[in-house]
Design a protein around this ligand. Structure first.
Ligand code: NAD
Ligand code: UDX
Length: 469
């Protein structure tokens, strides 16, 4: 196998940035260059005061240790490609918005453009690693493109190495991954390229956690892992609806079910619906794949996981309206949290977006507060969610507030949409004093102590908890 000395990562996003920063930190003998076409993103990675483009606990520390030594960020994609022995392709693969498979299939345009760029500028052999989440057989298409365009006897070996980090815990996940999965062709060359990449991870990941499989198993395993994780959440959320209707308590049910060692306790937290850039996109991708393979029952099975999630979001906003005496017109609602989960500034597919859109269409006023999300991002997401409204119209109804306390002032109801710890530690007595009465709290994250809040005077509604206790 080739001993990797220089790595290039195409795509300096939520995956490429943290993943390759950690490789640089753990492999001081390897030079890592992360390239991106987006100048402002690269500038932020390079900013002298470490104002990085993404918020991720522990990331700044990693970048501080490695940047300028063996970790570099650049917009010179061609140079990055030319110099590297191994190239990660870590570009975005969003759901297609138009054309064949719109609404389901992954848009592979960015992967293809990056692949063609590699073919166009490479002057020596490369190991090309598919890091982006892609449909099965994408590696095959990449290989065809690279081989058809290769020059001067350059060899390209393609590997699949999907990423399993979760946002908010990315650095922890990268430091000690449950597993690293590497897929390759089962030819001598494929196996040798696989060994080269395994040796990079071998600098800090125990050998028994590096799994090597065939290319297509690797690609499918990534979609399967996300589909099965999301399916657990949709299952528990479906049960939360039964709890609300019967007076059972979803926390108790999840605890009891999770005690079965075959089920396990993790990822059974009922919520206002899962968000994030991956779950919905990857399941829809799996649905599309199943349909293309003429497996309609399989497609319908996985599609239901996403439908249950949409139902959960709708159900929650309806419960808010129902509880507030069937109308929220002209009422002020404080939404705490805009990120799709705590410890990230990422808002992609966040449940908050759907909730606020629903409250807007009921003609409520919304105060929103999030400790990490940029204001411009909130405006962009809300505009996209209500395309028939101008930003000025949206701003008449929605206000971004500098703190939870400010957001709750003069509100009728508080909706907890993201499980930021600070929402537990705010002064709820002071919040109560500043609100209109009766004051309502809707906990979409099983975050706060409902009994404590009731003692203060709040009317508390919790996801997965019925009124008939
Ligand atoms: P992202 O949008 O944050 O980053 C992608 C970056 O690639 C962008 O900065 C974009 O400018 C850049 N880019 C696109 N085309 C390019 C090109 N031709 N040349 C150079 N740069 C280019 O996306 P992300 O969240 O990092 O996700 C990347 C991939 O990883 C996706 O396939 C996603 O499904 C997968 N993934 C994401 C997560 C996650 O938690 N976000 C986890 C596992 C896997
Ligand atoms: C997910 C996968 O966990 C990760 O392995 C993959 O690489 C990328 O997709 P991510 O989307 O970053 O990671 O976060 P995750 O922790 O999985 O949460 C996704 C959504 O599910 C969030 O909105 C979260 O709040 C929600 N969730 C999670 C629940 O509602 N209940 C749970 O029990 C767990």
């Amino acid at each position: 196998p080739v001993a990797v000395r220089k790595i290039c990562c195409i795509g300096a996003g939520y995956v490429g940035g943290p993943t390759c920063a950690v490789i640089a930190l753990k492999c001081p003998h390897i030079q890592v260059t992360i390239v991106d076409l987006n100048q402002s993103r690269v500038d932020a990675w390079n900013s002298p005061d470490f104002k990085l483009p993404i918020y991720e606990p522990g990331l700044e520390d990693v970048v501080r240790q490695a940047r300028g030594k063996n970790l570099f960020f650049s917009t010179d994609v061609d140079k990055g490609i030319r110099e590297a022995d191994l190239i990660f392709v870590s570009v975005n693969t969003p759901t297609k918005k138009s054309g064949v498979g719109a609404g389901f299939a992954a848009d592979l345009n960015y992967v293809e453009l990056a692949t063609r760029r590699i073919a166009a500028v490479a002057t020596s052999s490369k190991i090309v690693v598919e890091k982006s989440t892609v449909p099965c057989r994408t590696a095959e298409s990449m290989r065809t493109i690279l081989e058809a365009n290769s020059k001067n006897g350059c060899r390209f070996d393609i590997l699949s190495n999907p990423e399993f980090l979760a946002e908010g815990t990315a650095i922890k996940d990268l430091f000690s991954p449950d597993r690293v999965l590497i897929g390759s062709l089962q030819t001598p060359e494929g196996i040798s390229a696989c060994k080269s990449l395994a040796d990079v991870y071998g600098n800090w990941v125990p050998q028994d956690r590096v799994l090597t499989v065939g290319l297509w198993s690797s690609e499918l395993s990534k979609l399967a892992a996300n589909a099965m994780l999301a399916q657990r959440i949709s299952s528990i959320n479906a049960l939360s609806a039964i709890c609300e209707a019967t007076g059972a308590n979803i926390d108790e049910v999840a605890f009891a079910v999770g005690k079965d060692s075959r089920v396990g306790p993790k990822f059974l937290k009922a919520s206002v619906g899962f968000g994030g850039s991956c779950f919905q996109k990857d399941i829809l991708n799996l649905v599309y794949l199943s349909e293309s393979l003429h497996l309609p029952e399989v497609a319908a099975y996985w599609r239901q996981v996403v439908e249950m999630n949409e139902y959960q979001k709708r159900r929650f906003s309806k419960r808010v309206v129902d509880t507030l005496f069937n109308t929220i017109t002209g009422k002020r609602i404080a939404v705490l949290g805009f990120a799709f989960k705590a410890d990230t500034g990422d808002t992609r597919e966040s449940a908050s977006i759907s909730l606020i859109r629903d409250f807007q269409s009921e003609k409520a006023y919304v105060n929103v507060y999030d400790p990490q999300v940029e204001h411009s991002q909130i405006w962009m997401d809300l505009s996209e969610a209500s395309p028939s409204m101008s930003l000025d119209q949206i701003k008449k109804q929605v206000t971004i507030c500098p703190s939870a306390m400010d957001a709750c002032k003069n509100a009728e109801a508080v909706v907890i949409a993201t499980e930021w710890k600070e929402f537990n530690n705010v002064d709820w007595e002071a919040i109560y004093a500043g609100m209109n009465k009766p004051a309502f709290v809707f906990d979409g994250r099983l975050l706060v102590d409902a009994e404590k809040l009731r003692k203060i005077g709040f009317q508390v509604t919790t996801i997965g908890r019925g009124e008939r206790l």
